[in-house]
Design a protein around this ligand. Structure first.
Ligand code: ADP
Ligand code: ZN
Length: 214
C-alpha cells in the first residue's frame, strides 16, 4: 500500500514514517532527507538547494519531482510512504502521473493535525542522530541518558540548519500558502484521513494503524 503523510513542519511525519518502515516493511521516501543528503554530499544539486532550505522556502517542483521519480521504479513489498511530498498542487498532479505510469495506486493520505504553538516548541527542541537519523526531542523523547543513540549507539547528534524560529515561520507560511490546498485536493479524491498529531508518539502510531488497517 502507498500512502502520503501530510502535515506542517514538526507534525511528526518523519517519526511516524520510520515506525511504518520498521513494522510494515514500507519504504520511506522523504524529499527533505533526499535534499539534505544532496547537501551533505556537496553535489551540484546540494549546493543549489542549501540556501533555499535554510531560509525555509520550498525548492522548485521539478527538482523534487525528479528525485521522487528516480526512486519509484524500485520494488517494495510493503509500499511507499511519501513524507514531505507532495507539497504543492503541481507536485500532487505529478505524483498522480508517476504512480499511474508505474501501475501503482495511492491508498491513503494521512493528515497529521497539530496546532501551530506546539510546532514551534517541538521544532526548536528537536535533534537527530548524525549516523542513523533517529529523531529525538528534548520534551517528548529526550536524548538517551547514556548519550548513545537507542538505534545505533552513535554518540553524535545534530540539529537541523532550518530548525530555528525564523526558518520555521517561513516553513509554516509556505505550508499554509502552498501545501495546505492539497488537503482539499485529496479530500475531493476521497483519499483523506485525519489523525490527531498532538498525542504521544505511540498514540499517533495507533491512530495511523487504524487508518491503514481499515
Ligand atoms: P519539515 O517537514 O520539518 O519542514 P522536511 O525535511 O520535509 O522538513 O523538509 C525540509 C526542507 O526541504 C523544506 O523546508 C524545503 O525547503 C525542502 N523540501 C522538502 N520537500 C520538499 C518538496 N516536496 N517540495 C519543495 N521543497 C521541499
Ligand atoms: Zn542512531
Amino acid at each position: 500500500m502507498n500512502i502520503i503523510l501530510l502535515g506542517p513542519p514538526g507534525s511528526g511525519k518523519g517519526t511516524q514514517a520510520r515506525h511504518l518502515v520498521e513494522t510494515r516493511n514500507m519504504v520511506q521516501l522523504s524529499t527533505g532527507d533526499m535534499l539534505r543528503d544532496a547537501k551533505s554530499s556537496g553535489s551540484e544539486l546540494g549546493k543549489k538547494v542549501a540556501a533555499v532550505m535554510a531560509r525555509g522556502d520550498l525548492v522548485t517542483d521539478d527538482i523534487v519531482i525528479g528525485l521522487i521519480g528516480e526512486r519509484l521504479s524500485q520494488t517494495t513489498a510493503g509500499g511507499f510512504i511519501f513524507d514531505g511530498f507532495p507539497r504543492t498542487l503541481a507536485q500532487a498532479d505529478a505524483l498522480d502521473n508517476l504512480l499511474k505510469s508505474q501501475s501503482h495506486d495511492l491508498d491513503a493520505v494521512i493528515e497529521m493535525r497539530v496546532d501551530d504553538d506546539a510546532l514551534v516548541s517541538r521544532i526548536t527542541a528537536r535533534s537527530t542522530c548524525a549516523k542513523c537519523g533517529e529523531v529525538y526531542n528534548d520534551i517528548t523523547k529526550p536524548l538517551p541518558v547514556d548519550g548513545k543513540c537507542v538505534n545505533c549507539a552513535s554518540d553524535e547528534f545534530t540539529r537541523r540548519a532550518d530548525d530555528n524560529e525564523d526558518s520555521l515561520r517561513q516553513r509554516l507560511m509556505e505550508y499554509y500558502k502552498k501545501t495546505s490546498p492539497i488537503i482539499g485536493y485529496y479530500y475531493a479524491k476521497g483519499l483523506l484521513d485525519q489523525v490527531d498529531g498532538l498525542g504521544a508518539i505511540y498514540e499517533v502510531q495507533w491512530a495511523i494503524s487504524e487508518v491503514l488497517d481499515k
